[in-house]
Design a protein around this ligand. Structure first.
Ligand code: ZN
Length: 196
């Protein structure tokens, strides 16, 4: 979807944008202008590091962020700009996945309000590491790899996170998973009781 990628690349370039905006061919919802306003505020979120810019560009090009935004819009979430190039999609209500929060590209979808997510820096950092994993996996291939790792973990440890290389890299405790060898959950799993 080159036109979508081009539009996505306009994110964060401030108020000079007059071009046709993000995902315009997909979005027909009444909250479209609210979404665009929120995304254009990204310039106010502070400068991104070179690595964060590369990650954002990678997830734009590989389509995972576009997928995340499409799900966020279809699910009727409230989209806003988060720190470090992340996009927060709050108020997710669909039944699947069974997770308090999950990440698609640079989009972090959560069942809780964005303010709650922002007040939990460890959880947000955990989701941000998944965001980086999408970039390393070139986008969509992350999903089957993740589910394979989760299935392996489930067989080995009884839960989808403890033996899952992606969750271990992202941080087990912040993700609400028991540390290796304990067989128990952390005492304060928070709103992302399980997440992806
Ligand atoms: Zn996770």
């Amino acid at each position: 979807m080159p036109s979508t990628i081009s539009a996505l690349n306009d994110l964060g370039q401030g108020p000079r944008q007059n071009r046709r905006p993000l995902l315009s061919s997909l979005i027909q919802r009444s909250d479209y202008h609210g979404l665009m306003t929120a995304l254009r505020r990204e310039g106010a979120q502070g400068r991104l590091t070179a690595g964060q810019r590369v990650r954002r560009a990678a997830n734009l090009v590989n389509g995972s962020t576009g997928l995340g935004l499409a799900v966020a819009l279809l699910a009727g979430t409230e989209v806003s700009c988060g720190p470090r190039g992340l996009i927060l999609a709050a108020g997710y209500r669909w039944r699947l996945p069974f997770a308090g929060a999950f990440t698609l590209g640079n989009v972090v979808l959560s069942r809780c309000p964005a303010t709650d997510l922002l007040s939990r820096p460890a959880l947000l950092a955990h989701e941000e590491r998944h965001c980086s994993q999408y970039a390393w996996c070139l986008g969509a291939p992350f999903l089957p790899l993740y589910f394979l790792a989760a299935g392996w973990s489930l067989l080995r440890t009884g839960n989808p996170g403890t033996g899952n290389v992606f969750e271990r890299h992202a941080g087990l405790e912040a993700g609400g998973y028991p540390p290796r060898g304990t067989g128990r959950r952390p005492s304060h799993p928070g709103p992302a009781e399980l997440e992806v």
